[in-house]
Ligand binder design. Structure first.
Ligand code: UD1
Ligand code: CA
Length: 450
């Protein structure tokens, strides 16, 4: 059975106290809606529709960056959850599989739970995701009888007996897309909020001779974000879960509580992550690599056996080959570091390609930017870049070549050559002693006020 996702993301989220639409606030360096999208994408949906409203253009742009096949549906007025889902109708007009409705502000629903819901569709027409709430608060209540879900009643519309129910509505719903839209057609807004409630489709399903059931999940999965406090709490929950997952996958975390991951961070088995490491978006670390303390990585790939840090910064496009070493106070951007190559101290490598087995001395800088354009530096294999070499790009250094310490390299160094590009040293005998005497006497005179 094919699946389509409908992700509701039109709400403003006024309690965030922000100019940014709620679903663009980030957990683990990914906008909130991307978490729901990620869980849904694991089901390999045929189509994904994102319903946007407040800040719709911004949300659309963020969605395009993640997946440009997402269809955007606009809900100009927020008239309720049923009305929001109805906006996806045109996008799914020809789609006859199951539609799964998710909330963009509810990041932790797992793909396993969604799979359980799809499985429950084998026996029921409408499947709702419920949870047993520790404090049911103002959630909609699920009125059940055995495995039958009879109806959902919103807190505002519920009587005391219904409010005593602890089985609550998460908001996630699954039904055949055409069935869903047909049921929504019959939803009215004669209720305490004057809104079109998606929850009404359960009772309408039974009236139409169809059936409904609830699948349940852990309450933690259904956490919705409404405030900055909840956003901060969600970040903590995400990090705790991701650390546990890394440990389970055979990654050593010396001090797990000090390591911060992004939604898409991948770390392989037997990699070692030392304390205070931050993974920005789009990082993959292969097995047996070691990331030493206080390093910051984003948009990069670290291959097997490579080591990074302490205090290293890998920026987007950094590609470390097997057994490469990047040491303390080194920044790498948009550059490949060859197999076994060492860039160990106080260095900036940007827009570069460095071959295998090369050694880059302390204080080396690729001067990649002329104020307008970025230029490339290419260094061959088994080369030796002397300490404090400035490589003024575009420039190439050949295989087995060397640069003398302190050189400013502005033109090609051929294979096997030694490039010396610095002022020649001149020693003036006795001049240091005479200079010291002159300076000391000047100081004495100054103190006497002469
Ligand atoms: C909804 C459910 C409630 C459930 C709760 C779980 C209904 C009627 N009620 O209530 O049973 O317990 O979620 O959190 O469905 N949205 C739109 N457009 C709209 C309205 C909402 O896109 O016109 C989006 C919101 O941005 C949000 C989601 O839908 O992501 C839920 O809307 P919200 O107003 O928070 O619903 P609740 O009143 O919390
Ligand atoms: Ca809500």
């Amino acid at each position: 059975m094919t699946t389509a996702l409908i992700i509701l993301a039109a709400g403003q989220g006024s309690r965030m106290n922000s100019d940014l639409p709620k679903v663009l606030h980030e957990v683990a360096n990914a906008p909130l809606f991307a978490h729901a999208l990620n869980a849904g994408t694991a089901l390999e949906p045929e189509k994904t529709v994102l319903v946007v409203g407040h800040g719709g253009d911004l949300v659309e742009a963020a969605a395009r960056k993640i997946d440009d096949t997402i269809v955007i549906a606009h809900q100009t007025e927020q008239l309720g959850t049923a009305h929001a889902v109805a906006q996806a109708r045109a996008a799914l007009a020809d789609f006859d599989g199951d539609a799964l409705v998710l909330y963009g502000d509810t990041p932790f629903v797992t793909s396993q739970t969604l799979t359980n819901m799809i499985a429950a569709r084998a026996t029921h027409d409408v499947v709702v995701l419920g949870f047993d709430a520790a404090d049911a608060g103002r959630y909609g209540r699920l009125v059940t009888s055995g495995e039958t879900l009879e109806r959902i009643v919103e807190y505002k519309d519920a009587n005391d007996a219904e409010r005593a129910i602890t089985l609550c509505n998460s908001g996630v719903v699954c039904a055949n897309a055409q069935t869903l839209f047909a049921l929504i057609d019959a939803v009215g807004n004669d209720n305490a909020s004057g809104e079109y409630y998606l929850t009404d489709i359960v009772e309408l399903a039974w009236s139409a001779g169809k059936t409904a059931t609830a699948v349940t999940c852990d309450e933690a999965e259904t956490l919705g974000i409404n405030t900055r406090v909840e956003l901060a709490r969600a970040e903590g929950i995400f990090q705790t879960a991701k650390r546990a997952e890394a440990l389970d996958n055979g990654v050593t975390l010396t001090a797990p509580e000090t390591v911060f991951f992004s939604l898409d961070t991948y770390v392989g088995r037997d990699a070692i992550i030392e304390p205070n490491v931050v993974f920005g978006p789009n990082v993959t670390v292969e097995s047996t690599a070691r990331i030493r303390a206080f390093s910051h990585l984003e948009g990069c790939h670290v291959s097997m056996g490579a080591t990074v840090g302490p205090y290293a910064r890998l920026r987007p496009g950094a590609e470390l080959s097997n057994n490469a070493h990047v040491g303390n106070f080194v920044e790498i951007k948009n550059a490949r570091i060859g197999e076994g190559t060492k860039v160990n101290h106080l260095t900036y490598i940007g827009d570069a390609d460095i071959g295998d087995g090369t050694n880059v001395g302390a204080g080396t800088i690729t001067c990649n930017y002329d104020g307008v354009f970025k230029h490339k530096t290419t260094i061959g294999r088994n080369a030796f870049i002397g300490s404090n070499t400035m490589l003024v790009a575009p420039v190439t250094v050949g295989d087995d070549a060397m640069t003398a310490s302190g050189s400013v390299i502005t033109s090609h160094v051929e294979d096997g050559a030694l490039a010396i590009a610095r002022a020649k040293q001149v020693n003036k005998a006795g001049l240091a002693v005479r200079l010291f005497e002159k300076l000391k006497s000047a100081k004495k005179n100054a103190q006497k006020g002469l």
